[in-house]
Write a protein of this length. Structure first.
Ligand code: GLU
Length: 454
């Protein structure tokens, strides 16, 4: 770590004790952007980075609700409004038992740079709760969402802060939260994205993150004179992002042979073909449909298609050309990186937020493996949320083809931006982590300088 970064990080660590994930996210960005700050007196004088690591506002609240047995449950709710320099706060809501203030702060920080990269005017924010929908009835999920929104509604709005989904928050939860917001405000606005198609949602929004990840991967491979055609790929989380990533990889001629859920990994050397994927999607998405828990898990897939079940294993044990982490933060550590490198991985395209530890990133880069950060590669989801906001503001709906083309264009432009800011002038090599951080940073920093000390 260089001296300026070390000094800066000591200050951030002292102010945010114990917030390991937030500090990890800040350090990765600080290492990339410090040289830019040192070379730009206006950024230094305006203390842009010191201000960026301080959320504009943190809201933490009690979420009491009554379960099916009539017992009172108490969860904790969060909304971190990180940075509004370039637009209203924008970012998802995560419902998972791992959610803490640290997690939401790191996600809000990442979101600020990701949203900037999309080129759409959106600031950074994130929210969530330690509520976990697994094992809850549909009625319980609805009552929880309503209780969560009964506090959150006063802090958000279509021009203030526009939440969306994330882990544990899909169409069902967004629907329940939207309903409660509308009731409380007596106003029908695009205050959330990822809405159902019948009430202001955008076509392609459910597919957008996974499609975007694959469009980005396609650009990265082309930049290297390569293509997805015939490539062996492995994802991790078989959720919304992962399943739509498989769909697009299939369409572009690649083959996905491995994935994972919380029970373990599944290895299908023949690939998850479009037919198998259709069955798998139904299995997974049924779990979060209103009217009770249905669906199943990856072991059902392994049983049905004769794939190899690897209990308690990560997907990173499966040899591949392209690894696409699509689950959650720090799911790929130094040991996983070593295993992937040993097995000949060439590209790591991050579909999740901060899935690789900083040590894993360093190991990939030292081994010449190209790694592209989530804030660039998975920006297609929030970018399409931006397109949903645009459609809501105009009171119209675009066709799927139009949204998909816009998404594809945005992913191409993010890639171009990363290349421009990440290319080493001496070697010509591209450091995507650096490129994404710098490109995302400059836009927000310029806006903050222009707006004065606020
Ligand atoms: N949670 C997603 C992300 O990490 C989507 C956010 C949004 O659409 O606002 O980018």
């Amino acid at each position: 770590m260089n001296e300026a970064v070390q000094k800066f990080m000591e200050g951030v660590a002292a102010k945010n004790p114990g917030e390991k994930k937030f500090l990890q996210a800040v350090q990765e960005v600080a290492e990339s952007v410090m040289p830019v700050i040192e070379a730009t007196p206006a950024y230094k004088k305006a203390k842009v980075l010191e201000r960026m690591v301080e959320p504009e506002r943190v809201i933490m609240f009690r979420v009491p609700w009554v379960d099916d047995k009539g017992e009172i449950q108490v969860n904790r709710g969060f909304r971190v409004q990180m940075n509004s320099a370039i637009g209203p706060y924008k970012g998802g809501i995560r419902f998972n038992n791992t959610v803490t203030l640290d997690v939401i702060k790191f996600l809000g920080f990442e979101q600020t740079f990701k949203n900037s990269l999309t080129g759409i005017p959106m600031g950074g924010g994130k929210g969530g709760s330690d509520f976990d929908a697994r094992g809850k009835s549909d009625g319980e999920v609805m009552r929880f969402c309503q209780a969560f929104m009964a506090e959150l509604f006063r802090h958000i709005g279509p021009n203030t802060d526009v939440p969306a989904g994330d882990l544990g928050v899909g169409a069902r939860e967004i629907g329940y939260m939207f309903g409660m917001y509308k009731k409380l405000m007596n106003e029908f606005t695009g205050v959330l994205t990822g809405k159902g198609l019948a009430f202001g949602g955008s076509l392609i929004r459910p597919e957008a993150t996974g499609y975007g990840v694959t469009y980005f991967a396609d650009e990265v491979l082309h930049q290297n004179g390569d293509s997805l055609e015939g490539k062996t790929c492995v994802i991790s989380g078989a959720g919304n992002v992962g399943l739509h990533t498989i769909e697009k990889i299939n369409a572009l001629g690649g083959k996905v042979v491995g994935m994972r859920d919380f029970e373990g990994a599944v290895y299908d050397p023949d690939g998850i073909t479009p037919e198998k994927l259709a069955w798998l999607k139904e299995l997974v998405f049924k779990r979060t449909m209103p009217a009770g828990p249905h669906g199943g898990y990856l072991h059902h897939y392994a049983e049905k298609y004769g794939a190899k079940l690897m209990p308690d294993k990560k997907s990173w044990a499966i040899p591949c050309d392209v690894a696409l982490p699509t689950a959650c933060e720090n799911e790929l550590d130094l040991n996983d990186a070593k295993e992937l490198i040993k097995n000949g991985v060439k590209y790591v395209i991050e579909g999740a937020n901060m899935p690789s530890t900083n040590e894993a990133i360093e190991a990939f880069q030292a081994a010449g493996v190209i790694i592209t950060p989530g804030k660039a590669a998975n920006a297609g989801g929030v970018a399409t949320s931006g397109l949903e906001m645009a459609q809501n503001a105009m009171h119209l709906c675009w066709e799927a083809k139009e949204v998909d083309e816009k998404l594809h264009g945005i992913m191409r432009s993010i890639h171009k931006n990363c290349v421009e800011h990440g290319r080493d002038p001496k070697t010509g090599k591209i450091n995507y982590v650096k490129g994404a951080n710098i490109a995302g940073f400059i836009k927000v920093a310029d806006a903050m300088v222009a707006q004065g000390v606020v």
